[in-house]
Design a protein around this ligand. Structure first.
Ligand SMILES: [Zn+2]
Ligand SMILES: [Zn+2]
Length: 429
């Protein structure tokens, strides 16, 4: 886990804690995304199996969340049998409702490896901007999601051979049938503006039907086929439902209340996956007879020491090795992430800024206020004395509560921190 992950998880946890404090019926779910070619390519490079790779990551994440004070009602995995079952069920619903169809397409194939080249198995040139891109995403250029076969000059990632094109049968979600629904959905969608606007831009540019199958062994088999699995972005979000089902199985509660009933659904995501959560996912849910999200909250990017986040270049903060194992306290990092800047803006991490913020704000203002007032009370009275609160102070507290209520509703975590710190400043005065 690196700091980029926490940019999403900490604010989500703050939001959930707030709702829980008010006694609201709130559930908090997450899970490991276990399928897709990033995992199979890594497994091939390391000479191991995708299963071993994902179990290693899954265990790491499962163990580290409690150490960060982030407590999910369930932390699942998309390879769990519950998710296999729910994915098939949703696909069968979509097929029955006429939203999934099959079509023969020609796709890049490696004659050396003798296989089709899904997603990360090929590299080439982005047809939109001309940058170097990988099979499913223009990661070096415009950031667009790329449909299978869309990339130009494809070559095999594993052996470097130039790909040839070969015909194969695939299954498509009729995204074009959801155009009117999506327009209305995005108008009413809560959350942050960056997610909404990104999806609206795509809708304006015109939707295309979405290939939801891959010639890949690792994944959830597509019903009625021998060599196709679901595209990872089909079964990954269904993992949210499966995680809820696992929780319901354990507690005897009803998961459908939240996914087909009156429950409100809020997604906290990284800004780079708004496309999937605001277009694909609501269409799948709608077409299969489930509730659709009420809000999508997308965080901004993370930079490290002023540089674009990059694991390979070392512009990263590893949460376990470089932070927790150094004996540092999780809440300090939580405060840094929540208070550094607005949720949708770019956050920069450096140790200098980290130390500066902590010393000035948490130690100098909040810590100072608590320490001085408790020490004053202890020395003079031996306890917290009874008495009345000055109207001016009571007014400041009430205003802070009213302000924070609005800020939570608008996902403005920095303003929540600033308001709390403002109370400490008042207290110090
Ligand atoms: Zn090859
Ligand atoms: Zn591009």
């Amino acid at each position: 886990m690196h700091i980029g992950h926490l940019r999403t998880y900490f604010p989500a946890d703050i939001y959930v804690r707030y709702q829980r404090k008010l006694g609201r019926d709130v559930l908090f779910f997450c899970g490991s995304d276990t399928h897709g070619t990033p995992i199979t390519v890594k497994a091939e490079e390391q000479g191991t199996t995708p299963e071993r790779i994902f179990k290693q990551y899954h265990e790491h994440f499962r163990q580290i969340f409690p150490r960060l004070g982030v407590f999910f009602d369930n932390y699942g995995s998309t390879d769990d049998p519950v998710n296999h079952h729910r994915t098939r069920e949703i696909a069968m619903n979509l097929i029955e409702n006429g939203y999934i169809y099959q079509k023969d397409v020609t796709l890049p194939y490696c004659p050396t490896c003798e296989r089709f080249l899904p997603d990360r198995y090929m590299e080439g040139t982005c047809p939109h901007c001309g940058a170097d891109a990988r099979g499913d995403e223009c990661d070096q250029g415009c950031g667009r999601y790329l449909e299978p076969g869309e990339i130009t000059d494809p070559r095999c990632t594993i052996c470097g051979t130039t790909a040839v094109h070969k015909e194969t049968r695939h299954h498509f979600l009729k995204l074009t049938a959801f155009k009117d629904f999506l327009r209305e959905f995005l108008e009413g969608l809560g959350g942050t503006e960056n997610a909404r606007n990104y999806a609206k831009g795509w809708l304006k540019g015109g939707l295309r039907d979405w290939n939801i199958t891959r010639n890949l062994e690792w994944g959830i088999p597509f019903p009625g086929t021998k060599d196709l699995t679901f595209y990872v972005w089909f079964d990954a979000p269904i993992g949210y439902i499966a995680s809820t089902e696992e929780w319901a199985e354990r507690t005897g509660d009803d998961w459908e209340h939240y996914w087909k009933g009156p429950g409100r659904l809020i997604h906290f995501i990284g800004g780079d996956i708004a496309y999937h959560h605001c277009l694909f996912w609501p269409s799948m849910l709608k077409g299969a007879g489930y509730s659709v999200p009420d809000a999508v909250v997308a965080s901004g990017m993370v930079r490290v020491k002023g540089h674009n986040f990059s694991k390979s270049r070392g512009y990263v903060l590893w949460v376990e090795d470089e932070y927790l194992e150094e004996g540092l306290d999780a809440d300090s990092l939580r405060y840094y992430i929540a208070s550094y800047t607005g949720h949708t803006r770019d956050l920069d991490f450096s140790w200098e800024t980290f130390a500066g913020k902590l010393n000035k704000e948490l130690v100098g203002i909040l810590g100072n206020f608590i320490y001085r007032s408790l020490l004053f009370a202890y020395r003079n009275y031996g306890n917290v004395p009874s008495g009345f609160i000055e109207p001016q102070i009571e007014g400041a507290v009430k205003k802070a509560i009213a302000d924070i209520t609005v800020y939570v509703q608008n996902y403005e975590f920095k303003k929540i921190c600033d308001t709390l710190l403002g109370l400490a400043v008042t207290g110090n005065r």
